[in-house]
Design a protein around this ligand. Structure first.
Ligand code: 6PG
Length: 486
């Protein structure tokens, strides 16, 4: 194969890598591929990529030689050390002005570091989120690139060609921002994905335990929900899941063990929220709900010791209750996205990035796991007011919350009455009530801190930023501790 003939090189032929290559090939790009275990290259060329114009390379050197200048090398390898090792490996065959793209789920701080270190060597680095699983990668993922802005013009055309498109043809891919911004936005996407999944699971358990609904009924209900405000990929696949039968004819859903796995991006989102002091409670609860589910043996033992409510409650208005739960899910989802956007605002400030909030909603509108009609409403809110402080304050969202608020409360009340855990529904409601409360009890909290540790407080009748200390017992000294916030 002629040197310098390929448009892009891809390293890492696992499921996402292979499908991205085939997607690029469909769009007329000539892709060179390399994999550390080189037999995978041959397997790929002889099977999935048979009859395409994909070119195989058996070393990083060979791969880089096949590429047009400036060379574009995309890595689809496991996040963490493997990314550093692979960069190190290809680096010796690249020259100034070449581009490396990391398309895995890397931690954004790693991407910050890599962008900087590679810029010093004259290499333009991009860290990009790629969402949509196997099918998305093959036929149109959502792509969220960030990193060195000088690299963007070199990959824009390919990325936007292979990305999912919304109804008017706009690609679900645009420049997100500097350094690790792309990977940060993908991390928040995944955190929101955790939240959406948890909310659907809570609705399922509440209706299963509260009404005794069957898999077939759930199939119908979720199919119905998918025609309205909740129209989304995750509701759609949930409807399909309930229709699937095991070999013995029983619903597949009942055969699956109730312990959740996780690869870490939800946890990173929650950690980042704590670091930035943002109350992203729904994603946090969703991560913890997975952790609790994983304690299967303990839960089985505890179920024999700890009692739930004594009163057996019968829900007579089945249709009404299902609608309450649907509305509770919708309201909680609004809170979750509002919290996710609060986190984006906070990181933007901390990292000095400029994030295009409406653009992010558009990138999530198609191709990715959280794609939904709802993201169109978010995009519209930011189009109307790009400086919108909180999604919940947009007319569309505030009027929906005000309209459905009582149903949401009823669903949570029922959950408590029948002893079904709904951490995500409940935390969303607690956040909503906290956010709309003018005076919270933090005055008492501050008094306590000042009482036992002279931590000082601000007063309602004095300008912000002035701190006071009271000698609460008459026994304390006049010295107060320094006032700072973590
Ligand atoms: C996507 C997904 C994907 C994620 C998996 C698994 O956007 O295509 O977010 O990137 O890794 O969904 O995540 P967990 O194993 O943590 O559930």
């Amino acid at each position: 194969m002629a040197e310098g003939s390929c448009d892009i090189g891809l390293v890492g032929l696992a499921v996402m890598g292979q499908n991205l290559v085939l997607n690029m090939n469909d769009h007329g790009y000539k892709v060179a591929v390399f994999n550390r275990t080189t037999s995978k290259v041959d397997e790929f060329l002889n099977h999935e990529a048979k009859g395409t114009q994909v070119v195989g390379a058996h070393s990083a050197d060979e791969l880089c030689k096949l590429l047009k200048r400036p060379r574009r090398v995309m890595l689809m390898v496991k996040a963490g050390e493997v990314v550093d090792q692979t960069i190190e490996h290809v680096l010796s065959y690249l020259e100034e002005g070449d581009i490396i793209i990391d398309g895995g789920n890397s931690l954004y701080t790693d991407t910050n570091r890599r962008t900087k270190a590679l810029a010093e060597k004259g290499i333009l680095f991009i860290g990009t989120g790629v969402s949509g699983g196997e099918e998305g990668a093959r036929f149109g993922p959502s792509i969220m690139p960030g990193g060195n802005p000088a690299a963007w013009p070199h990959v824009k055309e390919i990325f936007q060609a292979i990305a999912a498109k919304v109804e008017d043809g706009t690609p679900c891919c645009d420049w997100v921002g500097q350094d690790g911004a792309g990977h940060y936005v993908k991390m928040v996407h995944n955190g929101i994905e955790y939240g959406d999944i948890q909310l659907i699971c809570e609705a399922y358990q509440l209706l299963k335990d509260g009404l005794g609904m069957t898999a077939d009924e759930f199939h119908e209900m979720f199919s119905e929900w998918n025609k309205g405000e909740l129209d989304s990929y995750l509701i759609e696949i949930t409807a399909e899941i309930f229709a699937k039968k095991d070999e013995d004819g029983h619903p597949m859903i009942d055969k699956i063990l109730d312990t959740a796995g996780q690869k870490g991006t939800g946890k990173w989102t929650a950690i980042s929220a704590l670091d930035l002091g943002q109350p992203v409670t729904l994603i946090g609860e969703s991560v913890f709900a997975r952790c609790l589910s994983a304690l299967k043996d303990e839960r089985v033992a505890a179920s024999k010791v700890l009692q739930g409510p004594m009163k057996v409650l019968t829900i007579s208005e089945k249709k009404e209750f299902i609608e309450d739960v649907r509305r509770a899910l919708y309201c909680s989802k609004m809170v979750s996205y509002a919290q996710g956007y609060m986190l984006l605002r906070a990181i933007e400030k901390e990292q000095n990035w400029e994030l295009n909030m409406g653009g992010i909603a558009l990138m999530w509108r198609g191709g990715c796991i959280i794609r939904s009609v709802f993201l169109g409403n978010i995009k519209a809110a930011f189009d109307k007011n790009p400086k919108l402080q909180n999604l919940l304050l947009d007319d569309f969202f505030s009027s929906a919350l005000n309209k459905y608020g009582w149903s949401w409360r009823k669903a949570v009340i029922h959950a408590i009455e029948i002893g079904v855990p709904t951490p995500a529904f409940s935390t969303a409601l607690a956040f909503f009530d906290g956010y709309r409360t003018e005076r919270l009890p933090a005055n008492l909290l501050q008094a306590q801190r000042d009482f036992f540790g002279a931590h000082t407080y601000e007063r309602v009748d004095k300008p912000r930023g002035q701190f006071f200390h009271t000698n609460w017992t008459g026994r304390g000294g006049r010295v107060s501790s320094t006032t700072y916030n973590a």
